[in-house]
Design a protein around this ligand. Structure first.
Ligand code: SAH
Length: 244
């Protein structure tokens, strides 16, 4: 519920927003707004498109299979996230869903599932994970949705690594060491979290050799991969990101 507008629903739409714009609704969106949330013509909805901020819109047409929103006024400017990617090795379904949801809430700009030496998952449902990211952005008040990339092999991702992007390599072998992001520069970054089995020695050696990589500890305990993702995002956002 938004106090200023009494809008009960916040919706991501893939349609450019602006004053007076008509925004067509998909079947799923119409079902959600009119079937589940029981909205009707004249009701307020908050919408964002990932590029033009958040807008107050009004239901102009409501049907079973579709509908139209009329865009009224901007309620929030566009806020772009820091240029942070989250690379993580997919684990069990519910925990992978959790990681994607939390990464979207924590302000990752891009979410990249990677296959490491000890990753069990052979495939992911990218569309499902993307839908989780959309839902998380709708809930948390963000004005952008991080893109979920296709699953890629870590060695290939590293082979094509952009030289201007630094990597916060969360290395469980450093458990108990000091966190060590001090002195790191702001800019383009990525966080790398391993699977439940951790990184192989070959991966660790290779990663530590890259000039762009910063091996980092997440404290004195070994965290599960989903916990580690949230902890790493917290550490990064509070040191180098948009927490102030
Ligand atoms: N099975 C491994 C732990 C893997 S934990 C072992 O017992 O050694 C899953 C991932 O979370 C790790 O690959 C790492 O990226 C991250 N992680 C967990 N705890 C960490 C810590 N204390 N410091 C740095 N990274 C950590």
């Amino acid at each position: 519920m938004n106090e200023k507008t009494s809008a009960k629903v916040r919706l991501y739409v893939e349609h450019p927003l602006g004053a007076g714009q008509s925004v067509p609704l998909s079947r799923d969106q119409a079902h959600y707004l009119f079937g589940v949330m029981r909205l009707g013509v004249g009701d307020a909805v908050l919408v964002f498109d990932g590029a033009h901020g958040e807008w107050l819109a009004e239901v102009a047409e409501a049907g079973k299979r579709g509908g139209v929103l009329a865009c009224r006024e901007q309620t929030r400017p566009q806020q772009s996230p820091p240029d942070l990617w989250l690379l993580f090795a997919p684990i069990k379904k519910a925990r992978t869903d959790f990681i994607v949801e939390k990464a979207a809430e924590m302000g990752a700009a891009r979410i990249c599932p990677v296959q490491t030496d000890f990753t069990n998952a052979e495939r992911i449902r990218r569309d499902r994970l993307q839908a989780h990211a959309v839902e998380a952005a709708e809930q948390c008040g963000g004005t952008y949705v991080p893109e979920v990339a296709e699953l890629a092999r870590l060695d290939r991702v590293l082979a094509d690594w952009p030289a201007d992007r630094q990597l916060m390599f969360c290395d469980e072998a450093l458990v108990g060491a000091r966190a060590a992001l001090a002195g790191a520069q702001r800019g383009k970054w990525a966080i790398l979290i391993g699977p439940e089995g951790g990184f192989s020695q070959a991966e660790r050696t290779r990663l530590r050799g890259f000039p762009f990589a910063h091996a980092v500890s997440l404290g004195p305990r070994i965290l599960r991969a989903d916990t580690a993702a949230v902890a790493a995002l917290t550490l990064w956002q509070s040191t180098l990101g948009d927490w102030g």
